[in-house]
Design a binder for this molecule. Structure first.
Ligand SMILES: NC(=O)c1ccc[n+]([C@@H]2O[C@H](COP(=O)([O-])OP(=O)(O)OC[C@H]3O[C@@H](n4cnc5c(N)ncnc54)[C@H](OP(=O)(O)O)[C@@H]3O)[C@@H](O)[C@H]2O)c1
Length: 240
C-alpha cells in the first residue's frame, strides 16, 4: 500500500528559515504550502523552489485572515510557525517596553492564533513546530526584551504537547542565523554583528537558514519526540 503524501504548511515560508524549511521538506517528499504577507516575496520564493509549492498571502497578525486561510486549506499534517517581529533588542535600562507588546502582537499571538485556527484540520498524527529563539535561553546582556517574547513560546511547548496530544508540539530555538531578519542593520553593522557572534559561537560561525531547516525537518518527522525545544545555535547558548 502506498503511503499518503504528507502536507506541511509553513507560515512565514517566503524567506529565511521558513523558505529553507520548505526546500528541505519538499526534499523529503512532502507537499508544502508557504505563506507570507508580501505577494512579490512569495512569488520569488515559489520560483526559487521550482514552482513546487502552494502559496498563500495573508497577515498572520489578522485573526480573520488566519481563520479564512485555514478554513480554505483542508486537512494537513505539519505546521511550522516562522512568523516574526524583531522588536525587543537592546539594553534593559533603555528598552522601550512597548516593544514587548509589539513582540507579543507580531510573533507570539500570530504563532498561537495560527495553531488555534489550524487545530480542526491539522492531522492529530502530525506535528507543530514553533520557531522561538535562543535569546530566551541565554543570560546575555541586551536580550531581556526579545527573550521575554520568545520565552513565551518556549513555555507553552510542553503544556500543548500534553493538552493537544497525540499531536506533537515542539520548538526550535535558533541562534544567530544569516537571514533577511537582520536587514534592519546596515551591511557594515550586520557584518560586524555576525563576526562578533561567529567568534563567540563554539562551532566558529553563525548559522545558515539550512541549519535550522534541518532541525525543523527532524522535529517534523521524529514521531517519538514531543514537548521539546531543539536549540540550533552552534553552541552559542553555552558561550554567550
Ligand atoms: N535570523 C535569526 O538570527 C533568528 C534567530 C532566532 C530566531 N529567529 C526566528 O526565526 C523565525 C524566522 O525568521 P527568519 O530569520 O527566517 O526571518 P525572515 O527571513 O525575515 O522571514 C520571516 C518570514 O515570516 C513572514 N512574516 C513575517 N511577519 C508575518 C506576518 N505578520 N504574517 C505572515 N507572514 C509573516 C515573512 O514574510 P512577509 O514579510 O512577506 O510577511 C517571511 O516569510 C522568526 O520567528 C525569527 O524570530 C531568527
Amino acid at each position: 500500500m502506498t503511503e499518503k503524501t504528507q502536507h506541511a504548511v509553513i507560515v512565514g515560508g517566503s524567506s529565511g528559515i521558513g523558505l529553507a524549511t520548505a526546500k528541505r521538506l519538499l526534499g523529503l517528499g512532502m507537499k508544502v504550502t508557504i505563506t507570507g504577507r508580501n505577494q512579490e516575496r512569495l512569488k520569488g520564493a515559489w520560483h526559487s523552489l521550482g514552482g513546487a509549492v502552494e502559496t498563500a498571502a495573508f497577515d498572520a497578525t489578522e485573526p480573520e485572515e488566519v481563520r479564512q486561510f485555514f478554513a480554505r486549506l483542508g486537512t494537513f499534517d505539519h505546521l511550522v510557525l516562522a512568523v516574526s517581529g524583531g522588536k525587543g533588542l537592546g539594553p534593559f535600562e533603555t528598552l522601550d517596553l512597548t516593544d514587548m507588546s509589539s513582540g507579543l502582537d507580531e510573533k507570539v499571538r500570530p504563532q498561537l492564533s495560527c495553531l488555534q485556527a489550524a487545530l480542526p484540520t491539522l492531522n492529530k498524527g502530525g506535528s507543530v513546530t514553533f520557531i522561538s529563539a535562543v535569546s530566551a535561553q541565554l543570560s546575555a546582556p541586551g536580550v531581556a526584551g526579545i527573550a521575554a517574547i520568545n520565552g513565551m513560546l518556549l513555555t507553552v511547548v510542553p503544556i500543548l504537547a500534553v493538552e493537544l496530544k497525540p499531536l506533537r508540539v515542539n520548538a526550535v530555538a535558533p541562534g544567530v542565523i544569516d537571514t533577511p531578519w537582520w536587514d534592519f542593520l546596515h551591511d557594515e553593522q550586520r557584518r560586524a554583528v555576525f563576526a562578533e557572534y561567529a567568534g563567540k559561537t563554539p562551532v566558529g560561525r553563525i548559522g545558515r537558514a539550512e541549519d535550522v531547516a534541518d532541525a525543523i525537518a527532524f522535529l517534523t518527522s521524529a514521531s517519538f519526540v514531543t514537548g521539546q525545544v531543539l536549540t540550533c545555535d552552534g553552541g552559542l547558548r553555552f558561550a554567550a
